[in-house]
Write a protein that binds this ligand. Structure first.
Ligand code: ARG
Length: 654
């Protein structure tokens, strides 16, 4: 049920209720008088209709609490309180519905009474927040998730969850698997991420975009959306002019056989040097751009060769990190750029500025450069063409751009121009720039190698592998694991820790890249979590239960929630959907990292306090607490889901 409609429904339900009562009164009066009045039959019919409407509205509110799988607790509470608040405060139509997780006093809390009291004050009515809270509680509809409510302090309402509700939610995992929260509306979403530039280094900034973008895609796909993963590579523009001119000199027969440009970086540097020093070369380079952009056969051939070399390098990184992304670079938009430029000209959106053609959006004080003074197109032009193609041709509902924070202005200006040109309409579209901070070295300076060069990503991944193997050897795991197991563990840890340390930091901040930190086995790190997970999984294994058996056991055995620590863990587990919904709002994946970490630490508290398998002094099993093993398994299943979104690959032995 649509959250935004719930207040409206509640209001309609009340109006219907009032009318039913009014009609009832009239009916009574009429019954007492002339029983044959034709008005009476009409009124009776209306009365039935209204009662029916009221029933539908109430059912709609209740239906949501019967959703499958792990429903959003915050959403359900929000709906219940929206209904209660609308009834309790009919004269405050804009009453805020503020429900939050409670750190201390209850499980959740409603903080609406204080702001509502202020709104009453503005109307000249003096009502205390505690009085308002009392009224809200009187109007709270019957439900299956609240055990107890308390009014506290100035007027907070503390909400305590029912064990039965939590129990059912967790049991559902064994029948249905870990299900995402029910989707309001399936969306078509384009995530523009990774997007390195051909012939140039794919640097740590692109690594961040790749890691964050991949996780955003995984999250949205898990929620049930249709996701287009797009690699907007820089494969067009001036640098190709110089690369092509250089290629023609160095490998004149490139149209017949592939040149060995294994060192594309070096090749790029050489051509750049010539471009900066040699006027003739520069002219030829510009001529090459013109030829390329008019799709001259030989130029396209050379361009493809260069792109292929880069593409192979990028793919190595993607394969290692298990990244799926479809290349659709700037070149794809050439004809669309020509088209949109015409349209923008015709629409009168372009302004002359020292030979350039610029466009101002409805946001900010930087314009886009649509045509350069030499007549060429820019990064801005390709993004205007791309946003139009995505929204109008591909008809996506939502575009997410993942790049470093430095490009925020570019994207906000782009959105502003697209809005102005009638391409973007935020009533039906959503656009986000998911920015991130720069990567720093351990010396808190720009991330560089010791000799001051930019770090090659492949080298970085290799170092990760080496470091994680060292770590495993330090723990003498090489003595217990087979060489295959060891290699799996090594890769899981190396790539897992690189991804996790990126995702676990608030993406808006800069972040310090440190293998030492990310490979620590304490604290909120991938290593800690992967170990914690393996340990949890081993509990059921030690009791000799297969996952099939656990499924069966869950049908007849109650998950144990009696102990305070069992209850605490269970309440963390049922927050899963709310965490995912929050990330859908702000696209900050560190919330998910904090959440899995909370599961792991709460699990430890539970495991320290509650035996799952009891053994006697000789090590023989005397008791198996199936209810606890089920709770542990539920924790493992939710962690596994989170790992999948974060791109972490747990291994059974490490
Ligand atoms: N290639 C660009 C860069 O390296 C990122 C492209 C991002 N996507 C876009 N549609 N502008 O900075």
């Amino acid at each position: 049920m649509d959250l935004n409609n719930i207040k409206q429904y509640a209001k309609e339900a009340d109006e219907a209720e009032i009318q039913v009562n009014l009609l009832k009164q009239q009916l009574e009066i009429l019954k007492a008088g002339t029983a044959t009045d034709p008005e009476l039959t009409k009124l009776q019919a209306e009365n039935t209709k209204l009662k029916h409407r009221l029933a539908i509205l109430n059912k709609a509110i209740m239906a949501q609490s019967e959703e499958k799988g792990l429903q959003s607790i915050l959403k359900t509470l929000h709906n219940l309180f929206a209904r209660a608040i609308t009834n309790a405060c009919p004269d405050i139509p804009e009453a805020p519905i503020d429900i939050a997780l409670s750190a201390k006093f209850g499980d959740y809390q409603c903080n609406s009474a204080m702001p509502i009291a202020n709104l009453y004050k503005q109307l000249g009515k003096k009502i205390s927040p505690r009085e308002i809270s009392t009224k809200i509680l009187e109007n709270l509809p019957a439900n299956n998730l609240i055990e107890k409510l308390e009014i506290a302090g100035p007027g907070f309402i503390n909400i305590f969850l029912k064990k039965q509700f939590v129990l059912q939610a967790i049991s559902s995992i064994f029948n249905e698997g870990v299900q995402p929260p029910a989707l309001k509306q399936k969306k078509k979403i384009l995530v523009d991420f990774s997007s390195p530039n051909i012939a140039k280094e794919m640097h740590v900034g692109h690594l961040r975009s790749t890691i964050i973008g991949e996780s955003v895609c995984r999250l949205l796909e898990y929620l049930g959306h249709e996701v287009l993963r797009i690699n907007h590579v820089g494969d067009w523009g001036t640098q190709f002019g110089m690369l092509l001119a250089h290629l023609q000199d160095k490998f004149p027969d490139y149209t017949i056989k592939s040149p060995p440009i294994s060192d594309l970086q070096g090749f790029y540097k050489e051509s750049k040097k010539r471009f900066d020093e040699d006027e003739d070369f520069k002219k030829r380079a510009y001529a090459c751009v013109v030829k390329l952009q008019s799709f001259d056969k030989d130029h396209i051939k050379g361009w493809k060769l260069i792109c292929d070399v880069s593409r192979k390098e990028f793919q190595k990184i993607y394969d290692r990190l298990d990244i799926k992304v479809t290349e659709r670079g700037e070149s794809f938009y050439q004809t669309r750029m020509e088209k949109i430029v015409k349209e923008l000209k015709a629409g009168g959106y372009l302004e002359e500025d020292e030979g350039r053609k610029i466009m101002w959006g409805d946001y900010g004080n930087v314009p886009l450069t649509i045509i350069k003074s030499d007549g060429g197109f820019t990064y801005d032009t390709s993004d205007m063409a791309a946003i139009k193609h995505r929204l109008e041709e591909e008809k996506v509902d939502w575009i997410i751009y993942v790049t470093d924070g430095g490009q925020a202005t570019h994207f906000y200006t782009l959105f502003g121009c697209a809005r102005k040109a009638g391409i973007l309409n935020e009533q039906i579209h959503r656009v986000d720039h998911v920015g991130f901070g720069v990567v720093l070295g351990e010396d808190k300076k720009k991330f560089k190698t010791r000799s001051g060069d930019t770090v090659r990503l492949i080298d970085l991944l290799d170092e990760g592998l080496k470091r994680s193997l060292d770590k495993l050897k330090e723990k003498e795991r090489d003595k217990v694991l087979t060489s295959q197991e060891l290699q799996k563990a090594q890769e899981s840890i190396a790539y897992g820790c690189i991804k996790y340390s990126d995702l676990s930091h608030n993406r808006n901040h800069e972040y310090v890249f440190s293998f030492d930190k990310m490979l620590e086995d304490k604290g909120n790190t991938a290593v800690y979590l992967l170990y914690a997970f393996t340990r949890i999984r081993s509990i059921a294994r030690n009791a000799n239960f297969t996952s099939e058996q656990l499924k069966e056991l869950a049908k007849t055995n109650k998950i144990s929630l009696e102990h305070e620590k069992e209850w605490k863990l269970a309440k963390v587990l049922v927050r899963f959907s709310d965490v995912l919904l929050k990330i859908t709002e702000d696209l900050c994946l560190h919330h998910l990292c904090e959440y899995v970490y909370e599961i792991a630490t709460t699990f430890t508290e539970f495991y320290d306090a509650c035996y799952c398998i009891e053994k006697d002094s000789s090590g023989d099993v005397v008791k198996i607490h199936v209810g606890r093993i089920l709770l542990a398994e539920a924790a493992a299943m939710i962690m596994e889901r989170c790992f999948d979104i974060l791109g972490l690959k747990p291994v059974s032995k490490m």
